[in-house]
Design a protein around this ligand. Structure first.
Ligand SMILES: [Zn+2]
Length: 406
């Protein structure tokens, strides 16, 4: 199985300059090729081939005065940039043919883009030095923070600069297939909700950790500061960089949280069932911010690849299963309930049910997993309301975790 590994890079001053040149040259070749293809298309001419573009826009262009500086960077970086454009076109055409989700036509790149990247393949003769630096052609030996071990030697490295001005080396490596974890009898259903990040069918409720919430608060503060700065001022530029840094920290904290939680769930359970959230549908509603912030789809993707990697079963349950309308104890369907109803008593069997845990148990059952419904039951008279979970707004409209209901 192929996995992406990312490590922080610390280029020195001259190396940063060389990287900026490489990003710039890769971008120019990409844009030149895009322009050549779009011009051919609007003139009704055949689609220019990659080999021809490579000759024209790299080899020949280097001999001209306007593009002589292309020679200052590794030719492999420029070739890879053309490959990227090919991939962008292929994805676009496959989308039109319905082979994958539709996406926009390739677009021109700008030096103001949030992400700048160049790729070095084996042909570029990049390597990891004896001292642990990343040696890149025409850039130099760049210091790397090796935060974990690479399972195998990668052939390609992508160097990325993000909006916060940080540099990363990104590798795609092949991992061993026989990493299966010892078998266990435990199985779990997961409900991804609005009151908690996730609720497990054994009754565990998981909130996002404090370090993530703190980073999110800081981001909101910096965003407010940015909105108060005058347009075009140097203070605005500074504030924008601060927002980008806060944003990067939130993204990192969220990814760490997703990794820790998904690893724990995979390690502890033989089979995992998750509701296939219609995230796109939800995102159009007023719950959008909350849905995006929670980053469920990234988390579910992690669960899925880790399950495959460690020999666990992974089930996605379709959205059509009415997980909150069915009693997980007796199976009677008693209809939809407004979001403010967190606990109810089943009219058929008398079980007192917790909305989120009941849903998690139903998700597991819909996947054919044998879980106990005990966790979903709440002892009568012992129903502490979560702070800020369900309440009434000043204007009388019920809210869930501060989000007005639809
Ligand atoms: Zn019941």
């Amino acid at each position: 199985m192929q996995l992406r590994y990312r490590f922080r890079l610390y280029p020195n001053g001259p190396q940063r300059g060389a990287l900026t040149r490489a990003f710039g040259c890769a971008r120019v070749v990409y844009n030149d090729a895009l322009r050549a293809r779009e011009t051919a298309r609007s003139a009704g001419l055949p689609f220019p081939k990659t080999g021809d573009l490579s000759k024209l826009l790299i080899t020949e262009a280097k001999k001209t005065d306007e593009r002589a500086w292309l020679g200052e960077v590794s030719a492999v970086v420029l070739q890879q940039s053309l490959r990227d454009l090919d991939t962008a076109y292929r994805n676009f055409f496959d989308g039109l043919k319905g082979r994958r989700p539709r996406m926009g036509a390739p677009r021109f790149k700008s030096k103001r883009d949030n992400r700048q990247a160049v790729r070095f393949t084996a042909n570029a003769r990049w390597r990891i030095t004896a001292g642990g630096d990343l040696s890149l052609p025409k850039i130099g030996d760049v210091r790397v923070k090796w935060s974990r071990a690479l399972p195998s030697t990668p052939s390609t490295v992508t160097v990325v600069k993000d909006a916060a001005g940080r540099y990363f080396a990104s590798f795609v490596v092949e991992t061993d297939p026989d990493e299966a974890l010892p078998e266990t009898d435990a199985v779990v259903g997961i409900d991804l909700g609005l009151t908690h990040f996730a609720v497990l069918s054994d009754g565990t409720k998981i909130d996002s950790p404090r370090f993530l919430r703190r980073a999110e608060k800081k981001l909101k503060r910096e965003q407010r500061r940015l909105s108060r700065k005058a347009k075009g001022s140097s203070n605005r530029t500074k504030a924008r960089l601060k927002v980008a840094r806060a944003h990067a920290r939130v993204a990192d904290a969220r990814r760490d949280f997703h990794h820790q939680l998904s690893t724990r769930i995979i390690r502890e359970n033989q089979a995992i069932a998750v509701e296939n959230l219609a995230v796109r549908g939800l995102a159009r509603t007023r719950l959008a911010r909350s849905v995006h912030d929670a980053g469920w789809s990234a988390f579910v993707t992690m669960l899925e690849y880790k399950a495959a990697r460690y020999g666990r079963a992974f089930h996605r349950i379709g959205r059509f299963e009415p997980t909150s309308q069915v009693c997980s104890a007796c199976g009677v369907k008693d209809g939809p309930k407004p979001l403010c109803v967190r606990v109810w008593t089943c009219g058929a069997c008398g079980a007192v049910l917790d909305r989120d845990i009941n849903a998690a148990v139903n998700v597991a059952k819909a996947a054919g997993l044998a879980v106990s419904a005990c966790g979903a039951r709440v002892r009568p008279g012992h129903v502490p309301a979560q702070r800020g979970e369900a309440g009434t707004h000043r204007d009388g409209h019920p809210t869930v975790a501060g989000i007005p209901l639809l």
